[in-house]
Design a protein around this ligand. Structure first.
Ligand code: GCO
Length: 486
């Protein structure tokens, strides 16, 4: 790749999320989030930790930004804790000026270092007050409260943020079994309905915020971050597997990308199979509101799923569909429980063929997504990364700094992205590795380390150490980025 160069305005950086990185959950007026609460449920989090301290990013963000700058990063994707801005979440409740000040300082310092701050308004940390009051995203009431919160952020940060995301991975947020929002449903919403009622409220909230962004004439571009479910046929060329890939596409990415990027409505395949009492329909007015509400396409692209038709075929599966939240009736190569995992949770040994497949197919997958969902703003790979299995276990900790599998995966991704841009002409505008530092991995706690920097949680200042992946990513980027004098 010696002679290939990224476009001059290409964004290269890392991503974090407020709940996983900031800590200081009761500092300077921040209100509790659903995760502060459910991480106290016994056994809910794999290592019984909470995110109360996490990486103390609330205090250490300047050093972390400086370290990313040292690696050559020119962009940083962070999320805002809604409950730092509105401790009680609700429209009309008090705004927390200290919360706004924290993000202003973060954005200001980032720009001082020449790092483009990229803001995600919601990364799964619903204010607890809204969850308790009306069941969070199970209730349509959340739409107005979210739009109100977004308006405060738009007005305060207009002109300092170029790329905005409304939501991170809305599909995962709505259906991940056991996520806190699935535990307190308002009356009238069943567990089977929740994943679809949640999707409906997210899509409507996204659309209203998009239109507000345009009405207020806020600078920059806005979209949302798609889930990371990228399907390819398990048995290439097998008709039933290629069909299954279409279903997988409709039930995962298409659920949000079709309405928001294309039609304003759910995918036809999904509507044909999910009755209105499970998947509430959009009215004609709502379809018009939702259609075409994204300036660019963004996806967290961790891995692809090898997809095949379910045993006995799709029709048989539909007749006795198992789990109402995952009715898509496709089979995926079972990475999570097979001897091959993707490295988190069960700590199964990752299959090198999975790692190999994932980076080998990122080009055709991004090409396919750009063809399906073309935008004027191009396509961003908003998260990619890997948790080395056992990285968190004592005998391996000394190895954590030498993260061979992660280094191999990340560098292979970067090489494919660069070739995708230069050789295939895919309009990829930027990439963000997950994550700048090890952090709190939701239900897995600190057991899965995704950072390109090692965090020593036993050290009084949570000392960071560059892993090999950070150094090699940095060297690759610095040797392939457009030089200032070009
Ligand atoms: C996601 C979330 C991140 C995760 C990361 C590793 O994409 O699931 O955005 O918060 O920590 O993906 O699982």
């Amino acid at each position: 790749l010696p002679d290939l160069t990224f476009p001059p305005d290409f964004l290269f950086g890392w991503a974090t999320a407020a709940q996983q990185y900031e800590g200081a959950v009761q500092t300077d007026g921040r209100g509790p989030s659903v995760w502060d609460w459910t991480s106290r449920f016994p056994g809910y989090i794999a290592d019984n930790t909470t995110a109360d301290i996490a990486d103390l990013g609330y205090y250490l963000y300047k050093q972390d930004l400086a370290r990313m700058a040292a690696l050559g990063g020119n962009a940083y994707s962070f999320s805002v804790a809604w409950s730092r801005i509105f401790p009680f979440g609700m429209k009309g409740s008090p705004v927390n000026e200290k919360g706004l000040k924290y993000y202003e300082d973060l954005v200001g310092y980032s720009r001082e270092l020449g790092i483009e701050p990229v803001m995600t308004l919601f990364h799964w940390d619903t204010p607890l007050a809204l969850q308790v009051e009306y069941g969070g995203f199970a209730s349509p009431r959340i739409i107005d409260d979210y739009v109100n919160y977004a308006e405060v952020m738009f007005r305060r940060f207009n002109g300092t943020i170029r790329l905005w995301y409304t939501f991170n991975e809305p599909g995962v947020f709505c259906v991940q079994p056991g996520f806190p929002q699935n535990t307190t449903l308002p009356h009238g919403v069943s567990a089977a309905q929740y994943p679809y009622v949640c999707r409906r409220h997210l899509v409507l909230a996204h659309a209203k915020v998009y239109h507000l962004f345009k009405e207020l004439n806020i600078q920059g571009e806005i979209s949302y971050k798609n889930d990371d479910y990228l399907g390819i046929a398990w048995r290439r060329g097998r008709k039933e597997d290629e069909e299954a890939v279409k279903r997988h596409q409709a039930y995962y990415i298409g659920f949000f990308a079709d309405p928001i990027h294309l039609t304003g409505d759910w995918p036809e395949l999904v509507k044909a199979e999910l009755p209105p009492d499970l998947l509430p329909r959009f009215s004609a007015d709502e379809v018009e509101l939702i259609k075409g509400t994204a300036d660019f396409f963004a996806i967290d692209a961790y891995r692809e799923d090898l997809i095949s038709a379910p045993p006995g075929g799709i029709d048989a599966c539909l007749r006795n569909r198992s789990h109402p939240a995952w009715p898509e009736c496709v089979s995926k190569k079972d990475y999570d429980s097979s001897p091959y995992g993707w490295g988190i949770g069960e700590f199964a040994e990752p299959s090198m063929d999975w790692l190999h497949n994932s980076w080998q197919h990122i080009r055709p997958l991004l090409q396919r997504l750009n063809d399906m969902y073309p935008t004027t703003g191009g396509i961003y790979l908003t998260e990619f990364g890997f948790a080395e299995p056992h990285e968190n276990e004592k005998p391996y900790l000394h190895q954590a700094i030498q993260d061979p599998a992660r280094t191999h995966l990340l560098l292979s991704y970067l090489g494919e992205i660069l070739k995708g841009i230069v050789e295939d002409g895919i309009p990829i505008k930027g990439v963000f590795a997950w994550s700048s530092v090890d952090n709190w991995e939701w239900n897995t706690g600190f057991k899965a380390r995704f950072g390109n920097q090692f965090v020593d949680y036993s050290h009084p200042t949570l000392k960071r150490t560059f892993k090999r992946s950070a150094i090699e990513m940095s060297q690759f980027w610095k040797s392939h980025r457009a030089q200032a004098d070009e």
